[in-house]
Design a protein around this ligand. Structure first.
Ligand SMILES: [Zn+2]
Length: 259
């Protein structure tokens, strides 16, 4: 079951139990993710960038997997030995589980981007959780791992909803600090230059692996970032957490889902 104790990427467990988690100790004792101690409570619930001065960025790709663009992107990442995070849509995971498997096999992280990509801000809590749980189930089925972070479609999630998701599923809402607006299809050169130009230490960079322009922009974008001295980590890693695949996630119980 999805307990507070084994699902820690936020402050919920520490705050509700009165425990102060020493990062290393918590990892060793429970296998759960320890808390970065330099994030305030609000930022554990909502993350736009990582608090680091190191030249690290997290590439994130939303809305896939796409049957052809995503494998092409995976080739581009593999060639550069770059790890990224994919905020996948549950329906697409059910359709293309082998691509999700490949993502994980090649060191990428899978995040939850809902089942059918609705405006979550227009849904009640129960429907929001159902969107997330259905997607986590599909990811688990494909790779035997659960996403540990979520990203709301269109970034549309109220503060109250972000707190609710954090409380009920221990998932931080991951937004972004660099948006090349690739979905508007401004051309691959523009997408690449916006990404390279917008990057700062700790940046979380938004893109979509369902557009050919975006994938076409990636060699120049990634090489541009490499030339500026940036290295790449997944979202969990850049937030100072363990590799997400090392965590012992469990599926939510029927009880926790209906609550
Ligand atoms: Zn999306």
């Amino acid at each position: 079951m999805l307990t507070r104790r084994n699902l820690i990427l936020g402050s919920g467990a520490a705050a509700t139990s009165g425990l102060v988690l020493a990062p290393g100790a918590a990892r060793a004792a429970t296998g759960s993710i320890a808390l970065p101690d330099d994030l305030d409570t609000e930022r554990l619930i909502t993350v736009t960038n990582a608090p680091t001065r190191r030249n690290l960025v997290a590439m994130t790709f939303d809305d896939g997997p796409h049957p052809t663009y995503t494998p092409t992107l995976l080739d581009i990442l593999k060639k550069r030995r770059i790890r990224a995070t994919f905020y996948v849509i549950g329906q697409n995971v059910a359709r293309y589980p082998d691509i999700v498997k490949r993502m994980v096999d090649e060191g990428h992280e899978i995040g939850n981007h809902t089942w059918r990509h609705p405006f979550l801000s227009q849904l009640g809590s129960k429907s929001v959780l159902r969107e997330l749980d259905r997607t986590s189930d599909a990811v688990y089925k494909a790779v035997q791992r659960m996403p540990v972070t979520m990203r709301p479609p269109y970034g549309a999630l109220s503060r109250r909803q972000r707190a609710m998701i954090h409380k009920e599923r221990e998932m931080p809402t991951i937004l972004w600090s660099v948006d090349p607006e690739d979905w508007r299809r401004p051309g691959s050169t523009v997408v690449a230059s916006r990404i390279v130009g917008g990057a700062k230490p700790g940046a979380i960079i938004l893109s979509h692996d369902i557009h050919s322009q975006t994938v076409k922009a990636m060699p120049a974008a990634l090489d541009g970032l490499i030339d500026k001295g940036y290295r790449f980590e997944t979202v969990s890693m850049i937030l100072g957490q363990r590799d997400w695949t090392k965590l012992r996630w469990r599926l939510p119980t029927a009880d926790s889902r209906d609550s």
